[in-house]
Structure formats: structure tokens, C-alpha cells
Design a protein around this ligand. Structure first.
Ligand SMILES: [Zn+2]
Ligand SMILES: [Zn+2]
Length: 244
């Protein structure tokens, strides 16, 4: 399983960071986790055709995780007619908003090729190449948000998605302390190192990578964690690749 960070910024892009998007290649197929803009541009710059993408999974319907879906769906509708993709969103309203927008600027998407599914807690995708499980987080008080567990090639990767401010209500996925994971990719825009420390102490993963970092002083704080835990903790940068 190969992972490539297309975008690692927090809610706002920066000169050297796009918003959240992760490309996963496994079993000869390509998947996208979160669709921050400019998803389709980044695919092309990474020598991928839009039609290479088998499925897109989004953790929640905040712009930094779904804005890239709009132009992806637009171009897949009228130009890249070989695209055939499963798109997992967390709210029906987002599907409706994309349909409305595309209807205004061109025409509504062909739902036989762009297949929207509203993801809910549990296994949402189970193919020989990849199994995807959605685990609820408390990031949004009244709307759904999820962590995503990927399982492929005997490896298990947890992507936390966004979580609650200060990890209130114990909002870090309990699976990190209960089950072996090859990699945990955690956000760090909504809480500090102090809030994360109790979870680092019980984490049994082989490796952790921190993304979605804000404010920027946290970079130095994360680097200072080196050697404190039995597993390495690294910071994700746009373009970083991980092979598991
Ligand atoms: Zn976010
Ligand atoms: Zn968010």
C-alpha cells in the first residue's frame, strides 16, 4: 500500500500546503481520502488520470476536505467521460449542493459514473483491494464527521479526520489503544500536544504521522516528541510518500 500526501494544510491553504487530501494506491487501484482543492489538478501533477480513481472517501463536509470534489465532479461530468468513481460523502446536503452547482454551470452529473453514497458508521467499502470503515468523531456538534480505517495488503491505517476542540469528550479514536495499526495519521489543528499526550501514551501503533497542523508553532512541538514514544512521530508535508 502506497500513500501520498497531496495536501496537508489545516483549514486554509498556504504557499507550501494544499488542503487535506491523501492518495492511496493498493492492489493496482487508486483511492482518495478527503478531497481538498485542487484535487483534480494534483492528480494530474502526480501523473494520475481522473479515471484512475476508483473511489473518494471524505471524512466530513467542511470545505478543506470537500472543495476539490466540486471541480472533480464538474470535469468528470463533461470532459473526462471515462471517469467511473464511487464518492462517499457524510451528508446528503453536500450531494445536493454539488448537483445544484453542476446543474447551473453545465449539467447535472451522470450518476451512473459518479456514484454518490452517504457514508455512515461502519464498513462502507469492502473490495479485494481495500476495506474502508468509518468511525464517528465529535468534530461537529450537530453534523456527522468520521475517522477512516483503511485495510489493505494486510496493513491497517487510521486517518483521524478532524476531531473536537481540545479532544473534548475523549474524542480520539479508541482503536489506537486497542488494536494494532501500522500507521495513524492524525490531525493537529483542533488541539495541542498536551491534549494528545494521554493518547500517545496508550497508542500501540507502529507509526504516527501528524498532518493538518495549525498554528505553526506546533511544528517545533511535534519535532520535540522525537524518541519519547516507542513509535516514530513525523510531520506530513505535501508530496510525502509512505510505502507500507
Ligand atoms: Zn479540516
Ligand atoms: Zn473540519
Amino acid at each position: 500500500m502506497k500513500l501520498k500526501f497531496l495536501g496537508t494544510s489545516h483549514g486554509v491553504p498556504a504557499a507550501d500546503r494544499y488542503c487535506s487530501s491523501l492518495m492511496v494506491e493498493t492492489g493496482g487501484k487508486t483511492f482518495i481520502i478527503d478531497a481538498g482543492a485542487p484535487l483534480i489538478d494534483l492528480l494530474l501533477r502526480n501523473q494520475k488520470k481522473p479515471s484512475d480513481v476508483s473511489a473518494i472517501f471524505t471524512t466530513h463536509a467542511h470545505g478543506d476536505h470537500v472543495d476539490g470534489l466540486v471541480s472533480f465532479c464538474d470535469l468528470a461530468s463533461w470532459y473526462y467521460k471515462d471517469v467511473s468513481v464511487d464518492i462517499f460523502v457524510t451528508e446528503h446536503a453536500l450531494t445536493g449542493a454539488i448537483f445544484n452547482f453542476l446543474s447551473v454551470i453545465h449539467s447535472p452529473p451522470d450518476t451512473s459514473r459518479l456514484r454518490f453514497t452517504r457514508a455512515t458508521a461502519g464498513v462502507v467499502y469492502d473490495t479485494p483491494e481495500l476495506k474502508v470503515t468509518y468511525l464517528p468523531t465529535k468534530h461537529l456538534p450537530t453534523r456527522p464527521a468520521y475517522s477512516i480505517l483503511l485495510e489493505a495488503e494486510g496493513k491497517r491505517v487510521l486517518i483521524t479526520g478532524d476531531m473536537s476542540n481540545h479532544l473534548e469528550r475523549k474524542d480520539f479514536p479508541s482503536i489506537v489503544a486497542e488494536e494494532h495499526l501500522d500507521l495513524v495519521i492524525s490531525e493537529m489543528a483542533h488541539f495541542g500536544i498536551d491534549h494528545l499526550t494521554p493518547y500517545l501514551e496508550t497508542c500501540i501503533a507502529d507509526r504516527m504521522i501528524i498532518t493538518h497542523v495549525f498554528p505553526l508553532h506546533k511544528f517545533a512541538e511535534i519535532e520535540a516528541l522525537a524518541g519519547k514514544y516507542p513509535f516514530p512521530i513525523d510531520i506530513a508535508h505535501d508530496g510525502d510518500e509512505i510505502e507500507l
